[in-house]
Design a protein around this ligand. Structure first.
Ligand code: SF4
Ligand code: SF4
Ligand code: SF4
Ligand code: SF4
Length: 303
């Protein structure tokens, strides 16, 4: 997967036609083979843009910051990123008319060792679900995928129905008894340094005053203790329940390499199985699992 040329051409055209003020894509770090998000503001910098299987970050996170807010922005989104964009649109955090969305039909991204990331192995929607323009070989991800192009909705038909795959690590953890699970998570939380990089790198954590933030916390003190980390991260994961799109931006940002997906994927699975197969951000206007209450919902999973 290398769409560098296509993305450079699209960005150049958007600047030439004066359709955007900024383009959010990826560039090389300059000192290794990794990439970082890049916000460019003119055609002169278009040649810096790259896109391949090292384009790991979820760029919709950059829509919540001042340097893009209320500007006309071009944005590259993979399938998972586009689902968080859909949620940001639904939650009135960004205006669709201000965006030009370049959707990627994604073949998956790789980790530092070049191995396909686990969320990509389990991905149900690799093609962007919201886009003005698609790049790549799309139409394979599901029986029917809706692409919102601003003024119209395209329906793209793939050959296979996506099947929900229970995360391999969640499955493994489920085989342990409660005491073992508690011990495991105590060890995980003990390694949290309360830096809040996870919360800052999540596109769906945009609250101006966050209840787990160390500086502005209203619920927990900022102490760097296991108990404080436990409460903060559990609260955080519940605020993402039914909203997390499994982009793993949070895990990539975590300096302690905590397996944060265990929290989110566990929530996702419970919600998928109990709330009408809800998956976050797949459809525009879908406000999430907690708005889908039905008298037929089972409640025997609630403690
Ligand atoms: S989770 Fe899916 S859309 Fe996201 S990077 Fe992986 S394959 Fe692409
Ligand atoms: S919690 Fe993590 S994986 Fe989920 S949407 Fe936020 S950054 Fe992505
Ligand atoms: S953790 Fe909760 S309160 Fe904090 S930014 Fe995220 S959603 Fe908002
Ligand atoms: S990024 Fe990692 S270390 Fe920092 S607060 Fe989040 S879980 Fe803890």
């Amino acid at each position: 997967m290398d769409y560098t040329k296509q993305i450079q051409e699209i960005a150049a055209k958007l600047f030439a036609e004066d359709k955007i003020d900024a383009f959010v894509g990826y560039r090389m770090t300059g000192f290794d083979k990794n990439q970082v998000p890049a916000i460019i503001t003119g055609a002169d910098d278009v040649s810096k843009l790259v896109f391949n299987d090292k384009s790991v970050f979820n760029l919709s996170n950059y829509l919540k910051h001042e340097h893009t807010r209320n500007k006309r922005v071009g944005l590259v989104v993979k399938g998972c990123d586009s689902r968080s964009l859909n949620l940001l649109l639904t939650e009135s955090q960004v205006k669709r008319e201000k965006l030009y969305v370049v959707g990627i039909a994604c073949d998956g991204v790789v980790d530092d060792e070049g191995k396909k990331m686990q969320n990509c192995v389990e991905c149900m929607f690799p093609d962007a679900v919201v886009a003005d323009e698609m790049v790549g070989n799309h139409g394979r991800s599901g029986s029917e995928t809706l692409i919102q192009t601003g003024s119209e909705t395209l329906i793209q038909t793939g050959s296979e129905t996506p099947i929900y795959k229970i995360n391999a690590d969640v499955l493994d953890l489920g085989s342990k008894d409660l005491v073992q699970r508690r011990e495991y998570f105590e060890e995980v939380f003990e390694n949290c340094i309360r830096c809040n990089a996870c919360r800052h790198s999540c596109p769906l954590c945009y609250c101006a005053k966050c209840c787990i933030d160390q500086e502005t916390s209203t619920l927990y003190n900022g102490a760097n203790t296991t108990s404080s980390a436990f409460h903060a991260l559990m609260t955080w994961s519940l605020h993402l329940a039914g909203r997390c799109v499994d982009c793993r931006n949070c895990e990539k940002a975590c300096p302690s390499h905590l397996p944060l997906h265990l929290l989110h994927k566990q929530n996702e699975q419970v919600i998928y199985e109990n709330f009408q197969e809800h998956l976050a951000g797949v459809h525009e206007g879908d406000r999430g699992a907690f708005y889908k209450y039905s008298m037929k919902d089972p409640d025997d999973f609630i403690m």
